[in-house]
Write a protein that binds this ligand. Structure first.
Ligand code: URA
Ligand code: SF4
Length: 187
């Protein structure tokens, strides 16, 4: 584990630890405030993210931004990262070996940010962080405490694009996050 952002960012620069390295344009490391109390974890970069090197700048990200605006959640309050930092071909889910190869970077990000709340965006984030035994449909919207961090699983924003009814849940879950942060005095 690296103790500074400089070392961590340098270590990932030319990463070839998994086969996703071959197809990437840019490594998508993170966005947001490195001192945030709230961290969001997605799945992996899509085409737009790969091109720009920034997470959640495509369609799903724009929808997520709309939810932030509606709920008056300032992006400065958040740190956003993904399970894998390189784009999986055709936006397929990251495979187990890829997620595992990339996990040290994410662990290091969590170690340096020290978030009090982590929002898990979708099934890939949920299963890779909290365990395969969790399912997003039953876990979403419920707090899970693990090693001193409060986790809230919710839908992946891309799922909202396919199913309008999930938007209501997603809005509700983000509201829960804001309320919890206020209650904890970290808002
Ligand atoms: N979907 C994700 O999971 N992460 C991104 O950065 C963009 C889309
Ligand atoms: Fe390295 Fe992660 Fe990219 Fe794989 S996905 S090459 S482990 S940075």
């Amino acid at each position: 584990m690296y103790q500074t952002w400089e070392e961590l960012e340098r270590s990932i620069k030319n990463c070839q630890k998994c086969k996703l390295a071959q197809g990437r344009t840019n490594i998508v490391f993170a966005d947001g405030n490195k001192q945030a109390d709230i961290m969001l974890i997605g799945e992996g970069p899509g085409a737009d993210e790969d091109r720009m090197g920034v997470p959640f700048v495509g369609k799903a990200g724009k929808l997520m931004n709309m939810a932030f605006q509606a709920l008056e959640i300032n992006r400065e309050k958040l740190y956003i990262a993904n399970i894998v930092k390189c784009r999986p071909p055709n936006n397929r889910n990251p495979e187990a070996d890829e997620a595992m190869a990339c996990m040290d970077y994410l662990r290091n990000q969590v170690l340096l940010v020290k978030p009090k709340i982590i929002v898990l965006l979708g099934s890939v984030a949920l299963k890779n962080i909290l365990g395969k035994e969790y399912g997003i449909t039953s876990a979403r919207g419920k707090w899970i405490e693990h090693k001193g961090i409060l986790y809230l699983p919710t839908w992946h924003p891309a799922a909202l694009l396919r199913d309008d009814t999930k938007k209501i849940d997603f809005w509700k879950d983000l509201k829960l996050v804001k309320e919890k942060a206020q209650e904890m005095g970290i808002w």
